[in-house]
Ligand binder design. Structure first.
Ligand code: GLN
Length: 450
């Protein structure tokens, strides 16, 4: 009830939620109360959680930030939603996002941009900007997100929240509207690393309905935090020398370097590592992600889901009008790029090249992790930028993903925790990257810092 009140008060200015349904949420809360009364409470029983509006939740409108799904009611629960239901959590509402998770500022939503609670003239980051703003403004204690190229870590950095993208395959993608299937991974945003550990404990786990979900026991993420600062002693933190280039704003570099100093004081050893192919990651991603998106989004044809244009002459005309009216500009741009790079004659020149670069980037990390346990650096090259600042220049917007994308291409886990403030008092996030399935160690290190 208290959080629903906060949403009613603040959502008009922040636009963090696309859908709230107090009746449904309060009914779930009542059921949770009964469970607690029966002594059947679990860690999240009765706790309201917000979900990015691309997780299907039975009976809830699930828009993916798009007009094409604007009136679509999901007929089933995503695996992630099932897990939260089983834990007794309450679905608080569905959060705003860039259309089909394509964007870094939340300005690509059909439902309007989200504002950054720290400064209403700044973007909250994207594409999980609604989730990040909701957590930052205390409209929700924690929220889910997805991270295909940085969409959890970058908004966490911009809003002074904590956010984790787990290893590819750690969380089931079943019931999560697909953007780029080989990169998409569900994760969480919260105030602290402890929140993230609790969330991941619920979300992670094997699901045979996602063929890339790993059948591997989950670690004790919450238990791992207990080591506290003692756990940092002897930890080898890798600092990639490529990270501190002219691309990184001074007001971000300073708090990041101060955070590294803090880790040294706690007993960590800092080693210089190298990720030589880092610079190729943005171009490779912006071939691979649109290629997969162009295929995934072919299902939105006006027949199977949601919106259908009016006034068409035949089937082909209906497809054309539905897609022309239903998708926004950025989504169309990606479908065109993706179709182009997959087409005969261009496949070898673009798609295959990008896949080779992807391999090189993954190998860079494998080499680096021979010398260190975790890698630290910025989550984004700058603090939150102003609304409208990059909206008319897609390449400028794409370059903002420079520090997050390599991790997605390699399939690694990464998190961002707040570590200070840059210009105009806007938050800065410290990114911590771990080796495959090393989320517990990452969370423990983040917790020790906090
Ligand atoms: N900003 C990136 C993009 O636009 C990443 C988005 C994401 O992680 N979903 O593709």
């Amino acid at each position: 009830g208290a959080f629903l009140g906060r949403i009613e008060q603040a959502n008009a200015s922040l636009n963090a939620f696309i859908t709230v349904d107090p009746g449904k949420s309060l009914a779930q809360a009542k059921a949770a109360d009964a469970r607690i009364a029966r002594g059947e409470a679990r860690p999240l029983t009765g706790i309201p959680i917000a979900h990015k509006d691309l997780f299907c939740a039975d009976g809830w409108r699930t828009t993916c930030g798009s007009k094409i799904l604007g009136n679509w009611i999901a007929p089933y629960d995503a695996h992630v939603i099932e897990q939260f239901n089983a834990a007794g959590a309450v679905l608080l509402g569905k959060t705003n996002m860039d259309e089909f998770a394509m964007g870094s500022s939340n300005e690509n939503s059909h439902f309007g941009p989200v504002k950054n609670p720290w400064d209403l003239t700044a973007v909250p980051g994207g594409s999980s900007g609604g989730s990040a703003a909701a957590v930052a403004a205390r409209l929700a204690p924690a929220a889910t997100g997805t991270d295909t190229g940085g969409s959890i870590r970058q908004p966490a950095s911009f809003t002074g929240t904590s956010g984790i993208r787990p290893t590819y395959g750690r969380v089931s993608r079943y019931g999560m509207v697909a953007f780029a299937s080989s990169l998409d991974q569900g994760g969480a945003l919260g105030k602290t690393a402890e929140d993230l550990a609790i969330m991941l404990e619920v979300m992670a786990g094997f699901d045979p309905r996602d063929s890339t979900c790993m059948d591997r026991p989950k670690d004790d993420y919450v238990g791992a935090l207990e080591k506290g600062v003692k756990g940092v002693k002897g930890l080898r933190i890798g600092l990639p020398k490529e990270y501190f280039s002219k691309d990184l704003a001074r007001d971000v570099a300073e708090p990041i370097l101060a955070a590294i100093e803090q880790y040294k004081k706690l007993g960590a050893t800092v080693v210089e590592v190298s990720l030589p192919n880092q610079g190729l990651s943005v171009p490779a991603y912006y071939v691979i992600a649109p290629a997969e998106a162009s295929s995934n989004l072919s299902r939105f044809d006006g027949v199977r889901y949601g919106f259908r244009a009016e006034g068409y002459t035949d089937l082909l005309d209906m497809y054309k009008k539905t897609r022309a009216q239903g998708f926004g500009a950025e989504v169309k741009r990606r479908i065109m790029v993706g179709t182009y790079v997959l087409s005969h004659g261009y496949y070898d020149a673009y798609y295959l090249q990008a896949q080779k670069i992807r391999r090189l980037i993954a190998r860079d990390f494998t080499e680096a992790f021979k010398q260190c346990d975790l890698i630290a650096g910025p989550a984004a090259p700058s603090v939150a930028f102003d609304l409208g600042a990059k909206n008319n220049d897609p390449v400028k917007m794409y370059l903002d993903d420079l520090y997050t994308i390599p991790i997605n291409l390699a399939g690694l886990p990464g998190l961002s925790i707040p570590c200070g403030f840059g210009d105009k008092g806007r938050p800065v996030g410290l990114q911590i990257v771990g080796n495959y399935f090393d989320e517990a160690r990452m969370l423990a290190a983040a917790h020790a810092f906090q």
